[in-house]
Design a protein around this ligand. Structure first.
Ligand SMILES: CC(C)(COP(=O)(O)OP(=O)(O)OC[C@H]1O[C@@H](n2cnc3c(N)ncnc32)[C@H](O)[C@@H]1OP(=O)(O)O)[C@@H](O)C(=O)NCCC(=O)NCCS
Length: 176
């Protein structure tokens, strides 16, 4: 597997690189999560307070290191021309069942197809190199930006969606 993934610049964004996080990224990740908290918290409601700090990110990287080493988790930092602009995490990676994934992009860089193109690159990697048979994810029904990213990448809604407290959810799947 050749990492980082590279997405060449387009008319809407610069050069994207997607590489696995490392402990050296923790301070930058903490600052990124803290700055983007108002934007990201609605889709990250269960995160502990520490998640929004560098120490919490360092701990998150350490806690997940066994899964990363075993190839079950692919936690990718998205950089645009070197600057941290987002995350795409592919989890439950296996050849015999669907993987899951999630993503978030910096609030100051939205609407420039960074998520769409980053997701495309990760989907290609998952299907061609990791042998993942399908990818599943869930969005809130009112998260139209995320749904647009999924539809553009070929995901289809599955099931009737469920309710998580007040928040109606929709599941999505893309089969290889
Ligand atoms: C969802 C998210 C990752 C999208 O990132 P992004 O880089 O702006 O996405 P893109 O630019 O690739 O595509 C977004 C699309 O949604 C559209 N969009 C944005 N807000 C919208 C809205 N309120 N209604 C309808 N469409 C909307 C954009 O116009 C764009 O479509 P277009 O390219 O056809 O014009 C970003 O908004 C985010 O980080 N949200 C918070 C975290 C989150 O929701 N993660 C996903 C959890 S499932």
């Amino acid at each position: 597997m050749q990492l980082p993934l590279i997405v060449e610049p387009t008319s809407s964004h610069g050069r994207l690189t997607l590489g696995i996080w490392s402990p050296a990224d923790a301070d930058e990740m903490g600052a990124w999560w803290r700055r983007n908290r108002p934007h990201l918290e609605p889709t990250q409601r269960d995160r502990p307070e520490s998640h929004w700090t560098a120490a919490g990110q360092r701990d998150r990287i350490a806690r997940n290191s066994a899964d990363v080493e075993a190839g079950r988790l692919l936690p990718l930092l998205v950089r645009e021309d070197g600057a941290l602009v987002g995350e795409v995490l592919l989890s439950d990676v296996a050849e015999d069942r669907p993987a899951s994934f999630g993503y978030g992009i910096d609030s100051e860089r939205l609407g420039r197809r960074i998520a769409s193109d980053a997701v495309h690159a990760v989907v290609q990697l998952a299907f061609t190199e990791l042998g993942v048979p399908a990818i599943e994810t869930t969005t809130e029904r009112n998260n139209l930006a995320s749904q647009r990213v999924l539809v553009r990448n070929g995901f289809v809604p599955v099931g009737a969606g469920r309710k998580d407290g007040e928040h109606a959810q929709q599941s999505w799947r893309l089969v290889r």
